[in-house]
Ligand binder design. Sequence first.
Ligand code: SF4
Ligand code: MSK
Length: 634
Amino acid sequence: MNGRFRQWTIQEDAAKMLEYAAEQRIETVWDRLAKQQPLCGYCEMGLSCRNCTMGPCRIDPFGEGPQKGVCGADADVIVARNLGRMIAAGASSHSDHGRDILETFHALAQGKTTGYQITDEAKLFRLAAELGVPTDGRPINEIALDLAEALLEDFGSRKEQLGFLGRVPEVRRNLWKKLGITPRGIDRENVEMLHRTHMGVDNDYVNILLHGLRTGLSDGWGGSLIATELSDVLFGTPTPKMSQINLGALKADHVNIALHGHNPMLSSVIVQAAQDPEMVALAREKGAAGINLVGLCCTGNEILMRRGVPMAGNHLMQELVIMTGVLDAMVVDYQCIMPAVVDIARCFHTRIITTFDKAKFPGAAHISFEANRAYETGKEIVRQAIEAFSLRDPKAARIPVEPMAMMTGFSVEAILQALGGTPEPLVAAIKDGAIRGAAGVIGCNNPKIPQDYGHIVLCRRLIENDILVVVTGCSTVANAKAGHMVPEAADLAGPGLRSVCKALGIPPILHMGSCVDNSRILVLAAALANYLGVDIDQLPLAGAAPEWYSEKAVAIGAYVVASGIFAVLGVHPPIFGSKNVVQLLASDLEQVVGAKFAVEPDPERAAGLIRRHIESKRKGLGLPFVEPESIPMP
Ligand code: SF4
Ligand code: MSK
């Protein structure tokens, strides 16, 4: 591999495409990062503020220049306000996605959609019962309508707490109540954060950040959880299945369509439309062997989990997939889609098709998603991809690798089923020490870190230490490409985890879905805590986001820690301009919610931190443990 690209990616398919990009002088995310150097130090430390036009202001971290903004805000307030707004932006992104799913579900219940149905009736009944919606003898559409109305209420502010909080251990709900951080309404917490961080409202950094936890909780136990649960009802609760991964998932003789973004609403319909005999016949008429769908980012994770659709790549692959010359259309919904894909597509025959009126890209074709004609829209998109296929230059095809196998589909329901219907076997394996604990490794790629290095090294070290890993989002692709997500990968794990995985026929790293599906990890953690009669913060669990870039990852970090789970970040958040904020988040928070953040860019050391943390929790529960301090840090 070219040495220059070794600093950018550890993946063969990405490196080969980067060589091609360099030859053709096609600019990528890595080139643009290089052109941005040096990055603004004030912004990196969270010390710049542009919340009003008396500024923008900045605080001198060396103490020589200004220590206050024009309004008098100091470093603590500015850093906390900036972080609070990041959390609100991330939580709003997940929760608005949840609202879109909910509105489609609401329209389905009223018979106003095409291309949708209730796929998991049993889950619909369970959710209805949980939210107090009567089910006996009622038609399913009436139940769905009442459930939709009840969940729409969660977005408003008329309730004292969100509908799904009954899943949280009582002791933690009481803690949130005592701290005043019980999430009330999804929209409310986000709006309140924007209000508090306006000039001259909340000038207490602790108070701002406590509300940051509440805002995060409105995402994890609200918007994201609604997105996950209703997507399961609509499109089916995932079950284990095999699929494929990397740029080798593209097929040179097929019409190739990449589905990119986060929302499964349209992509699930496109999966049906691509199988429509009319579309298949049209593709053949144009000389294609068939229609091949691949996923990118979390839209990819959604259709991978439920339909086994292969994944072409994660966040940093979105530009490179276009350069294969065989991608006929990239269909995007929203979030994590770089504006640059339109520029790169101009060099090829690829059509970029935007689908949501709230996410338009100049230069792309726009086909508006409407639930009442979703199937027709799906077919129109497939038709456009087939037209683009006719324009493809067959000599320009360059698919750089063969696809890798992976196993997907580990919803909480599927995990429980694999365990025989009860968490007891998992609890027993943790109790006797065969499995030391579990870690959720989530989040993005960031061009500041060699692509996938953080995910792969961290996860490999964790499983070697008998720590069961669950992954979502872009960590999934990284680990699958490393061969970590097939049952045979049990051989890479320590002896305890290996024996459990082999007995169950599962990989040591389980795919739990997309970014909103981090709520599945919360639900599993709460279910384990409830089963054992303890709070979540007593469990030997941890979370990590080794290559995060997105505001959504900050919101996830906030709800993970507020729920009692230690979280390790691999990229520095913009907080280091305030010693007090760092002290609060990396230390004092533990006394408040039983968990805290750590920042550790080296994944070997991050694995050490997590192993020590898990052993300390085992000690606290009276389980066999290794003295945490005796575990060497790399
Ligand atoms: Fe400056 Fe205060 Fe305005 Fe921020 S809110 S830009 S610190 S004056
Ligand atoms: S897609 S939020 S880059 S995980 Fe969910 Fe990947 Fe991060 Fe987007």
